[in-house]
Write a protein that binds this ligand. Structure first.
Ligand code: GLA
Length: 474
């Protein structure tokens, strides 16, 4: 048993080294906005342009959200030469002009199609039209393609068949000479996590997200392939498993549930694509989405996903029958470690985590060298921006924004990248020092029901010397 376990760990770490495609894009998880979760097919030129402006004025662009992604329902058939037509009622200036305007705002433009006969909303798909469609995207100035899985004409069923179908578009994009982030959306089917990284920048792991903390979904990734409901077994992996667009701000969850959702997406290195209607952005959603200490975990230069180190399924169940407590942990730049205490149970709980558990993936049964060090614990949500200040920013006229961003001590990642900020130990990226763990010890915190606490551990042992990376430039 012990050796099987050990082998599994070694394999997990080994697959964790997979190198994703090198088109220079999404070296850290992409960030941005996508209309689908909040607005579905209700897309238009004004939606994209108003949203772009809001991204800038709310400071969200500068904190890192730089892709504006238009999802399904934008096209109007094909012309006689077989090229996709943009719907000129929805986009009267045409897609190229929309892209230009988005670029003028210092943002990048994403579009959507499907590796199928039709898109999921039954618009024209790109299967067998890949070269034409990639050319259109390139001509319009597109920087990102989300590529879906509907109406695939039966071309699925093994990893090879799906891989081949998705590779055609990857080759077509490369053939245009325009760099485009390639975001697969095949819901984890045919074990995408084993091949997605060789032809794409990110790959969806599961069926569509739902704005609810407790709704079970058979298409969620799972770890037990012998369970017939486990359609898409997930894996311990590197970047960028796409857990789908965020639901923060869409109203179906409490503030604590949204914080937990955002914390997990950041720590699992999922792309962070906001899925709310930014035109009606609330202060509480803004102060979740703009937390630089949490985003710094997402954008960490090591790019490693957290892994679950504990799962207690017998915790107090809530009225939906959910009762899980989980501890997640993962390594960060400079020898830091992120730890999430997730309480998905029906009652508040004290959750503790020992250094032995936290560093399980660096060595089993307490053998990891980090277990012998002392650590400082930084709470990554403690410095969440005050909602009143966020509201002031949302209400302010454009000429007052600069002063307010200063007052808010806003993290501007277009000036100092997260990597450089981490190198300089920028306090905005570190959160608040709340606790200390001595060698061999543990720490604990009260975690409200349906919420998560998120911490960065920093070594203070070994005379204050922190781990130095053999390869400084990641
Ligand atoms: C699928 C995708 C969603 C969205 C819709 C659009 O369901 O998984 O993210 O793109 O199609 O129709």
């Amino acid at each position: 048993m012990a050796s099987t376990m050990h082998l599994a760990l070694v394999l997990a770490l080994f697959t964790g080294q997979a190198i994703s495609v090198n088109n220079g894009l999404a070296r850290t998880p992409q960030m941005g906005w996508n209309n689908w979760n909040a607005l579905g097919c209700d897309v238009s030129e004004s939606l994209l342009l108003d949203t772009s402006k809001k991204l800038v004025d709310s400071g969200l662009r500068d904190v890192g959200y730089n892709y504006v992604v238009l999802d399904d329902c934008w096209s109007d058939g094909r012309d006689e030469d077989g090229f996709l037509k943009d719907d000129l009622e929805k986009f009267p200036s045409g897609m190229a002009a929309v892209a230009d305007e988005i670029h003028r705002q210092g943002l990048l433009f994403g579009m959507y199609s499907s590796a199928g006969e039709m898109t999921c909303a039954r618009y024209e798909g790109s299967l067998d039209w890949e070269d034409n469609d990639a050319k259109s995207f390139a001509n319009w100035g597109v920087d990102y393609l989300k590529y879906d899985n509907c109406y695939h004409m039966g071309r699925f069923g093994t990893p090879k068949i799906s891989f081949d179908r998705y590779k055609v578009m990857w080759d077509a994009i490369n053939g245009t000479g325009r760099p485009m982030l390639y975001s697969l959306c095949n819901w984890g089917e045919d074990y995408t996590h084993t091949w997605g990284m060789s032809i794409a920048n990110s790959w969806r792991m599961s069926g569509d997200i739902y704005d609810s903390f407790t709704r079970p979904d058979d298409l969620c990734s799972c770890t037990d392939p012998s369970n017939p409901l486990c359609v898409a077994p997930g894996s311990h992996s590197w970047r960028m498993n796409d857990l789908d667009m965020l639901e923060v701000g869409n109203g179906g969850m409490t503030d604590e549930e949204y914080k937990a959702h955002f914390s997990m997406w950041a720590a699992l290195k999922s792309p962070l694509l906001m899925g709310n209607d930014l035109r009606t952005l609330s202060a509480s959603a803004l102060t979740i989405l703009n937390n630089p200490a949490v985003i710094a975990v997402s954008q960490d230069p090591e790019g490693r996903s957290v892994a679950r180190v504990r799962r207690e399924v017998n915790a107090a169940k809530d009225k939906y029958g959910v009762g899980e407590i989980q501890v997640w942990s993962g390594s960060l730049y400079g020898g830091d470690q992120v730890v999430i205490l997730l309480n998905a149970a029906g009652e508040d709980a004290h959750i503790s985590a020992s250094l032995e558990e936290i560093f399980l993936h660096d060595g089993p049964e307490g053998s990891a060298p980090q277990v012998n060090g002392d650590w400082e614990v930084y709470d990554l949500w403690a410095n969440r921006m005050d909602n009143k200040l966020a509201q002031k920013i949302l209400d302010a006229p454009v000429d007052k924004l600069e002063r307010l961003f200063k007052e808010a001590n806003w993290y501007n990642s277009t000036e100092v990248s997260y990597k450089d900020g981490l190198k300089r130990s920028d306090p905005r990226l570190l959160g608040k020092n709340v606790d200390k763990i001595s060698a061999g010890g543990s720490f604990s915190a009260k975690v409200k029901r349906h919420s998560a606490e998120m911490y960065r551990l920093r070594s203070v042992g070994n005379g204050g010397k922190r781990k130095v990376h053999a390869k400084e430039e990641l």
